[in-house]
Write a protein that binds this ligand. Structure first.
Ligand code: UD1
Length: 364
C-alpha cells in the first residue's frame, strides 16, 4: 500500500528526526509532502540540516517565524489549513514537542485527518515547560502514538492512551549512529569549534536554550557564571535565543572558560561531541547524543524526559550549579565517562522503518 504522508516540521530537532523518516518513506515508495512552518528560519537552525542530512527540500514553506506561543501556534494553524485541505494526506506526521508540533496536530484533527505523533509519550511532569504542554496536548489529539522508549509507552498507558501507542525506538539513534560512522570514517569535515577553543586540549560542549534557563536574567547570569568558572575550556554553541536574552540583560557569556560560537550542523555537532570530554546542556536531543556517543552529560535542569541516560551516571541532573559549591560542580561537569554499560534503551537504529511500518499497518 502506498501512502501520502505529510510531515509538519519547523524547528531544528524536528529536521534531524525528519531525515531518517524521509529516507524510510522514500525507500518504501510512499509519497511524502514536507511542510516547513518557518518556526526556525536562521540558516544555522534550519537550512544546514536539509543540506547536511540530505533531506529533500520542503514542498511548502509557511514562513511563520518567531512570536509568543499563541501567536506562533495560531499562525502555523492558520497557514496550514489550506495546505491540509489541498493535500488530504493519509497521515499528518508531527514530531517532538514544539509549537509547530501542537499546531500541526490541532489543524489536522480539525480537518478529520489522521495524525501520528513521532516521539510520543515523553513527559517531564513539569507543567511550566511549553514543551510539556505541547507533548501532552499532541498525544491526546493524535490517532497513532509512535513512542521511542518503554518508559514513553508506560506514560501513555497511564493516561489511557496505550491502545494507540506503538513502540518504535528512537529515530535519533538512526541518524546519530549513521553520522557518527561517517565522521569516524573521515567522511565529514572537522567541527567548527568556537574561536579560542584549542581542540588539542580537553573541552566541553555546552548549549543552553530553554526558556526556563534563558528568560530569567538571574538564572541566566548564574548559569553563565558556572560555565565561566570551570577549569576546562567550554565551547558554548549558542542558540540565537540565548544570545538575544544575554544581550537584552547585559550578560557577557564569552568569559573565563567559555568561548561562544554558532550552532553547528549535525555532523559538526557529532564530531564536536566525539572530540570532547563531555557535554553540559539543557537540550533533550544533546543528552541523548552524548549518551549514544559515549560522552558524559551534565543537564542543567531539574528533570529529564530521557531518564534512561541517568542510568550508570552517563547523565547527571544539576538544577543549580551554584548550590553545589565550585568543587562539586567542577567534579560533576568535568567527570570522565563512566565504565558502566549503556545498553540500547533507544533501540537499534531502525526506528524510522518501524515508524513507517506502523503508519502502513494503522492507516484507515
Ligand atoms: C524551540 C522549541 C523547543 C526546542 C527548540 C529547539 C517551542 C515552544 N520550543 O525553542 O522545544 O527544543 O526549538 O531549538 O516550540 N530565533 C532566532 N532565529 C530562529 C529561531 C528563533 O533568532 O531561526 C530566536 C528568536 O528570538 C525567537 C527565539 O529564538 O523569539 C525563540 O524561538 P522559538 O522558536 O520560539 O523557540 P526555541 O527557543 O527555538
Amino acid at each position: 500500500m502506498s501512502l501520502t504522508v505529510l510531515s509538519v516540521v519547523g524547528a531544528r530537532p524536528q529536521l534531524v528526526k525528519l531525515a531518517p523518516i524521509a529516507s524510510a518513506l522514500a525507500a518504501e515508495g510512499h509519497r511524502h509532502v514536507i511542510v516547513h512552518t518557518g518556526q526556525h528560519y536562521d540558516a544555522d537552525l534550519s537550512d544546514v540540516f536539509f543540506t547536511g542530512l540530505g533531506i529533500p527540500d520542503p514542498d511548502v514553506h509557511l514562513g511563520v517565524g518567531s512570536g509568543s506561543h499563541g501567536v506562533q501556534t495560531g499562525a502555523v494553524m492558520a497557514a496550514l489549513d489550506p495546505v491540509l485541505e489541498a493535500e488530504r494526506p493519509d497521515w499528518v506526521l508531527v514530531y517532538g514537542d514544539t509549537n509547530s508540533t501542537l499546531a500541526g496536530a490541532v489543524s489536522a484533527v480539525k480537518q478529520h485527518l489522521p495524525v501520528a505523533h513521532l516521539e510520543a509519550g515523553l513527559r517531564s511532569f513539569n507543567r511550566r515547560m511549553p514543551e510539556e504542554h505541547n507533548r501532552v496536548l499532541t498525544d491526546h489529539a493524535a490517532d497513532l502514538l509512535l513512542a521511542p522508549t518503554k518508559e514513553a509507552i508506560r506514560h501513555l498507558a497511564a493516561e489511557g492512551l496505550g491502545g494507540r501507542a506503538v513502540l518504535t525506538g528512537d529515530v535519533m539513534v538512526d541518524v546519530c549512529l549513521r553520522v557518527r560512522d561517517a565522521v569516524l570514517g573521515g567522511g565529514a569535515a572537522e567541527p567548527a569549534l568556537p574561536e579560542g577553543i584549542d581542540p588539542a586540549q580537553p573541552y566541553l560542549v555546552a548549549t543552553l536554550h530553554r526558556a526556563e534557563n534563558t528568560d530569567e536574567p538571574e538564572r541566566l547570569a548564574l548559569l553563565g557564571e558556572a560555565l565561566a568558572n570551570l577549569p576546562t575550556q567550554v565551547a558554548l554553541l549558542a542558540h540565537p535565543r540565548l544570545l538575544a536574552r544575554a544581550d537584552q540583560h547585559g550578560i557577557k557569556l564569552g568569559r573565563g572558560a567559555v568561548c561562544v560560537g554558532r550552532p553547528l550542523p549535525y555532523a559538526g555537532l557529532v564530531a564536536a561531541v566525539l572530540g570532547s570530554r563531555g557535554v553540559v546542556t539543557d537540550s533533550g536531543g544533546l543528552q541523548k547524543e552524548a549518551f549514544l556517543l559515549g560522552r558524559p552529560c551534565t543537564t542543567l535542569r531539574t528533570e529529564t524526559e530521557w531518564p534512561e541516560t541517568l542510568e550508570g551516571g552517563w547523565n547527571e541532573l544539576v538544577p543549580n550549579p551554584a548550590a553545589l559549591g565550585q568543587a562539586r560542580w567542577t567534579a560533576i561537569a568535568t567527570r570522565s565517562a563512566p565504565d558502566t554499560p549503556r545498553g540500547t534503551p533507544y533501540g537499534d537504529g531502525r526506528a524510522a522503518e518501524a515508524a513507517v511500518r506502523a503508519l502502513v499497518e494503522h492507516s484507515r
